[in-house]
Ligand binder design. Structure first.
Ligand SMILES: O=c1ccn([C@@H]2O[C@H](COP(=O)(O)OP(=O)(O)O[C@H]3O[C@H](CO)[C@@H](O)[C@H](O)[C@H]3O)[C@@H](O)[C@H]2O)c(=O)[nH]1
Ligand SMILES: [Mn+2]
Length: 653
């Protein structure tokens, strides 16, 4: 851990009103986040349908890797051909990787004769980047080019000086594409990293980016994108700007958020990653109460609100900000000044990470930052046009997905238990509906405890023949039936209405259980340990590629990927096995001991236990049937069988 990349953009909308944009783009790890993916994101941002001279793109590389710098250098050259191609043929999406994978034959393309040379150019570049990445070092002859000398031997991702390189200076007359049109400014940056200094993960990277861009372009509007989310709609900048520039209603808008969508979700969304209902129900709902939360990516902010500015009626944006750069300092002076803003000690004794910039010390830095902004009086806006603005990469293995949900649930729970809890911080500042909206996610983590209870205790009691619920024909069973049916039928209808399949809904129910017993449970424990001062905050990034080809084939076929030993998998397997044992054991004693008459009081427990067993079917497959590399390793099978049998024996003893 400990590497990141970002990027940003700049521009006017009409001759008088100067609007500048900055795209923040992050990346941490050149292996988990491959360069070609990052470069495609950058290219998609450079190619926005927006005046290039008003656009500056920044790549923040938290890995401080020369390989990433090299890839960006390649992209800066490829852009000269890619940008005019996109604009001339109205290409969508403008990420070359996404475009060439969607339009993979000349016949699909807008202009087949231009398509093939462009594809060749792209593939040559991709091959060069890949082979340099494989080699792990850049060819000697490149070192003569500007920028490469910033790296010296002995530099690592955790220990290196600040680096800022302006690869394309938009002010430069020579910065033109192959059609002679201007190019957007392109900047590489890596903040200083030293082992003895805390870097505050993504929030730290974002804050460094905000300062560097203030020196180089200082645009009043900043778009920030994760490295794994490309622009899928070249009009997004203009659409978002409409809100900020609205003369009547735009003055109190702090940020404009696009929902997160993914382009690698399989048909039945095996890991429940699509966020379909959240994006189409929850977020518009929150929008009605004052605005959606900040989701960390695909979001346009006013620069000033990121500096902690409070909303006031007299607020008037300084649209001249950044103009003076047109004449001032040359590129190398800017680079030197920018470097001094991203040293490890720059933030010491300042309000950065507290009152200014993104908030530190919370695994959900985005949510807490957005809440703080809203509590300072700003509104936010959700925008979800039919052509999706950003498409990202969702986790493709169970472990990745669980790790991501652990970070999220933990982040939200931590906020709920702190002075930043929406009910406390937001009292009198944001509407009650919005306060409640924030808190729902905060309750994900503690929900693990009742979920675990319902997964284990009723089944063990079934085994013992102890009845916990009213008889099925008794009127007392009605409230249980009403809540269980109501919730699930409602959710099912909602899921189907917003684009999930029936199997997708079933998968989501499974994922809810798997997350609750692992991610949310660990999130709860870690939050409590943190409150007690025993544990420290972490940000575990999610990998963007799966290491082996068979694994991605299994992902396509919607087969759950375990493949590694993880304590989370042991919990999952124990819950599954225990329920199987209890179901078999419980039914057996009912039948064999002739206690069949006892079936009625235990009926709800039998039903519950049977449903739990049914939903865990893929876990049994992975334990006993599958032989591929993605199934559960023997150690997990062994341990979980041991624990489940032990619990079984203790119960019947
Ligand atoms: O030390 C770090 C850690 C992460 N990142 C970058 O942060 C981004 C998000 O990280 P990722 O591993 O992709 O996490 P996700 O779970 O996909 O991120 C979601 O959840 C995060 C909060 O948990 C939000 O910040 C993100 O915007 C949201 O997409 C990536 O571009 C990373 O490169 C850094 O720059 N430095
Ligand atoms: Mn991501």
């Amino acid at each position: 851990m400990g590497r990141a990349r970002e990027m940003g953009v700049d521009g006017d909308i009409c001759s008088r009103a100067l609007v500048r944009l900055l795209l923040g783009h992050h990346s941490v790890d050149p292996i988990a986040e491959p360069q070609i993916l990052v470069i495609s994101t950058i290219l998609s941002a450079m190619a926005y349908n927006y005046p290039p001279e008003k656009l500056s793109i920044y790549l923040s590389d938290d890995a401080g890797s020369i390989l990433t710098f090299y890839a960006l250098w390649e992209a800066s050259r490829f852009a000269k051909h890619w940008l005019p191609f996109c604009k001339q043929y109205n290409v969508e999406p403008r990420s070359p990787a996404a475009y060439f994978s969607k339009f993979c034959n000349p016949g699909d393309a807008f202009n087949p004769t231009k398509w093939s040379p462009m594809k060749n150019l792209y593939e040559e570049m991709a091959n060069r980047i890949d082979s340099v990445a494989m080699l792990g070092k850049i060819p000697e002859e490149l070192k003569a080019n500007k920028g490469f000398s910033e790296w010296s031997s002995g530099m690592t991702s955790r220990n290196h000086p600040p680096i800022v390189q302006i690869l394309i200076d938009g002010r430069d007359q020579g910065s033109i594409d192959s059609n002679g049109n201007a190019l957007p400014t392109l900047v590489y940056m890596a903040r200083e990293k030293r082992p003895q200094h805390h870097h505050h993960f993504k929030a730290g990277a974002m804050n460094a980016l905000i300062r560097v861009s203030s020196e180089i372009s200082n645009s009043p509007i900043i778009l920030n994108m994760d490295c794994d989310m490309y622009s899928n709609n070249s009009e997004s900048i203009r659409q978002a700007l409409c809100f900020f520039m609205d003369k009547e209603k735009g003055h109190d808008i702090g940020f404009v958020q696009y929902p997160q969508f993914f382009d690698n979700i399989t048909k039945n969304d095996l890991y429940g990653n699509s966020l379909n209902v959240i994006n189409q129900v929850d977020l518009p709902g929150l929008d009605g109460w004052g605005g959606p939360p900040y989701l960390g990516t695909g979001c346009f902010h006013r620069r000033e609100i990121l500096y902690g500015r409070k909303y006031g009626k007299d607020y008037e944006e300084d649209r001249t900000a950044g103009i003076e750069r047109q004449t001032a300092k040359n590129a190398s002076m800017l680079e030197e000044k920018a470097k001094s803003l991203i040293t490890c000690t720059y933030e010491h004794n300042t309000q950065w990470g507290q009152e200014i910039g993104l908030k530190y010390d919370c695994p959900a830095e985005d949510i807490i930052t957005g809440l703080l902004i809203q509590c300072r009086g700003w509104k936010s806006v959700l925008i979800n046009p039919p052509r999706k603005a950003f498409l990202g990469v969702a986790p493709t293995t169970l472990a990745e997905s669980l790790v991501q949900y652990k970070r999220w649930s933990e982040g939200h729970f931590q906020i709920l238990l702190s002075k930043y809890c929406a009910f406390i911080l937001g009292r009198g500042k944001i509407k009650l509906g919005l306060q409640m909206g924030y808190c729902i996610y905060g309750l994900w983590a503690p929900n693990s405890l009742p979920t675990l209870y319902y997964l284990v205790i009723p089944s063990l009691c079934l085994l013992k023949g102890v009845s916990l619920f009213p008889k099925i024909i008794s009127p007392w069973a009605i409230p249980f039936a009403y809540i269980a049916m109501g919730k699930h039928v409602y959710e099912l209808v909602e899921a189907l209405q917003y684009g999930d399949t029936l199997a997708g809904w079933w998968n989501l129910q499974r994922m809810w259980i798997l997350r609750a017993t692992t991610s949310y449970f660990y999130g709860t424990i870690d939050t409590i340990l943190k409150l007690l001062g025993i544990s420290k905050m972490r940000f575990t990034i999610t990998a963007k590629v799966s290491a082996d080809g068979n694994a991605s084939k299994r992902y396509e076929q919607e087969v759950i990927e375990f493949g590694s030993t993880s304590s989370m998998f042991v919990i999952i397997a124990v819950v599954a096995l225990l329920n199987l044992l209890c179901l078999v054991g419980g039914l057996h004693s009912l039948v064999v001991d002739g206690r069949i008459m006892g079936l009625e009081p235990l009926f709800i427990q039998i039903l519950l236990c049977a449903l739990v067993v049914a939903i865990h079917f893929p876990i049994f497959e992975a334990l006993f049937i599958r032989k591929d590399k993605g199934s559960l390793p023997f150690s997990v099978t062994f341990l979980s069988l041991g624990f489940a049998t032990l619990a079984y024996l203790i119960t019947i003893a």
